[in-house]
Design a binder for this molecule. Structure first.
Ligand code: F6P
Length: 545
């Protein structure tokens, strides 16, 4: 069977089950929760609240086989150059490999270099935390500012917040990313230069935003402590060591990684240095081990019990067969507040592609629009649309069984809210039920007729839940790696390259052309389209003087 036939079989199957409701599937199979959930140690993936049956899964596994998923997975792990437009492997799994097995790129084992860099990160993190590495005036660092953007920011920033209970109380990690000068200004406002360490994180070391922020940080240190202090207050993480040297960062403060690590897959590398300093090298290693747990699971579990495979295939079922364009990710975990933003880059920069690996146009929809906010706040913001809007948006709920350093009573309410929402999405509330409730409340029939339609919930809105024991470094590593591999699974089904990101290039190029026209008030704007030129001219008119 080829992909097209497998998709056609899924379409036909949808028509067959379209009139059935997920609540009926629960009624028919009292063991549905057990049958449609998978465990990985103390992590549980419950996908029973999606409108699918065993037959659906059978068709989805046929599709996976038609797309040669298992073969592609092996190609990923064995270091084939699956990032075909950049002629590179994608081997972020090597960064969290603790199996003792070699990982080869062009025949050479990369593990000795990975382990050496890992040890260097750990030693530096330890020395900063213990005050063995100090600022130019001999003071211990109290603040670490990571300067980076995209993959050089989102992962460590998300994780530092998620794992704040594991962080040293003597050190605060800050993250500056936006070229908007307000970002660095607001971050530096409360900081003491003598106690601040900057880490410039950039795979390419050319990214405009990061270079602009690094230059401002450098000037801030030089102005406060003198030019000679700069070397003591900066470290850098990059694959372009020559460019780092040109910036003036001491060689022993430079941490490398490799071009076979994609930016949005790089938090496992030295890009995680700010996180390693914040939570300590032991906790950082636990985080890496969590990622490794999932690599082993993804590589060896049969398709039917493989969490990233199931997550990916259920996403395809929703995106392509039901036509749901978006995916919400709702952590009921305030410390995962930045997880949706992190996931947006991981998912949308990876699978937001319109062409297949061979350059032909994709015959079907690819990556969904990913968004989210923590619960319960999101319930009071956009859940109205999720419950009663005209778009059906599948939801991933994430929740811990027990809180990390938080009040248990709050957690009971948090947990109850989370499962109440997924129950509401599943059940809905029929017009008959609404009418009965309104009648019991004493409304007359005219009032009931008027109100009833507004109070109906269609239900059958799909959701899955990831339940983990507690938000520890290892649990977070597992969660992140699950989503990485989910994104990979979908890219295989869609036959796209998830490891390049050409779509971000055009804007960067045009910005380089426009910046001089914005800076120079007398620059000629003819040749620009009316709106672009008009906006520059309007800005000029609004500026003082
Ligand atoms: O947004 C495009 C991008 O290239 C991302 O893929 C990357 O994570 C980010 O910019 C930052 O790049 P760098 O680490 O090279 O500064």
């Amino acid at each position: 069977m080829d992909r097209a036939a497998a998709f056609a079989a899924l379409e036909a199957h949808r028509v067959e089950i379209a009139s059935r409701r997920t609540v009926d599937f629960f009624a028919e199979d009292p063991q549905r929760f057990a049958h449609f959930s998978v465990r990985l140690d103390d992590l549980l993936y419950d996908y029973s609240k999606n409108r699918l049956t065993r037959a659906t899964l059978g068709h989805l596994f046929d599709l996976a086989r038609a797309a040669r998923l298992e073969e592609r997975r092996e190609a990923l792990f064995s270091g084939e150059k699956i990032n075909n437009t950049e002629a590179r492997p994608a081997l972020h799994m090597a960064l969290r490999n603790f199996s003792g097995a070699a990982v080869r790129v062009d025949g050479a084992d990369v593990m000795p270099a990975v382990e050496a860099e890992r040890a260097k990160v750990a030693a530096f993190a330890r020395a900063v935390r213990e005050g063995a590495i100090r600022g130019a005036r001999g003071e211990a660092f109290t603040d670490v500012v990571n300067i980076g953007i995209g993959g050089s920011d989102l992962g460590p920033a998300m994780a530092a917040r998620a794992l704040s209970p594991f962080a040293s109380p003597e050190l605060t990690a800050h993250f500056v990313s936006n070229v908007d000068g307000a970002d660095i200004a607001d971050t530096l406002a409360g900081l003491d230069p003598a106690r601040t360490l900057f880490i410039v994180s950039s795979k390419t070391f050319t990214t405009q935003e990061t270079m602009a922020n690094a230059a401002s940080a450098r000037a801030w240190i030089a102005q406060a402590l003198g030019e000679a202090a700069v070397a003591d207050h900066f470290a850098a993480v990059s694959t372009k060591l020559d460019k780092v040297a040109a910036f003036g960062i001491r060689p022993d403060r430079v941490f490398g990684f490799w071009d076979w690590v994609g930016g949005r897959y790089s938090m496992w590398s030295a890009i995680g240095l700010s996180l390693a300093i914040a939570i300590g090298p032991e906790h950082f290693e636990d985080f890496l081990r969590g990622g490794h747990d999932v690599d082993e699971h993804f590589r060896s579990a049969p398709l039917s019990h493989n969490i990233p495979v199931l997550m990916g295939l259920i996403g395809v079922w929703h995106r392509n067969i039901w036509g749901f364009a978006a995916q919400a990710v709702i952590p009921y975990d305030q410390r995962l507040a930045r997880f949706p933003a992190y996931l947006q880059q991981l998912d949308m920069e990876s699978n937001g592609k319109g062409v297949l690996r061979d350059g032909a146009s994709s015959p079907r929809a690819t990556g969904p629009i990913v968004f989210g906010e923590p619960g319960t706040n999101s319930q009071h913001a956009f859940f109205q649309l999720l419950h009663q809007g005209t778009e059906v948006v599948p939801v991933d709920f994430l929740i811990a069984a027990e809180p990390t350093e938080a009040d248990d009573k709050h957690h009971v309410l948090l947990f109850a809210n989370c499962i109440a929402q997924s129950e509401a999405f599943l059940r809905g509330r029929s017009e008959k039920e609404v009418r009965e409730i309104l009648r019991a409340q004493g409304l007359n029939s005219a009032q009931i007729d008027e109100l009833a339609p507004h109070k109906v919930f269609s239900g059958d809105r799909p959701s899955s839940t990831l339940l983990y024991r507690q938000l520890t470094p290892r649990a977070l590593g597992r969660i992140v790696a699950l989503y990485e591999h989910k994104v990979f699974v979908q890219s295989v089904i869609w036959d796209i390259n998830p490891f390049d990101q050409w779509g971000v290039e055009l804007g960067k190029e045009l910005c380089s052309r426009l910046a001089p026209l914005v800076a120079d008030a007398s620059a000629d704007l003819s040749g620009l389209d009316g709106s672009t030129g008009g906006l520059i001219a309007a800005r000029r008119a609004l500026l003082p003087g």
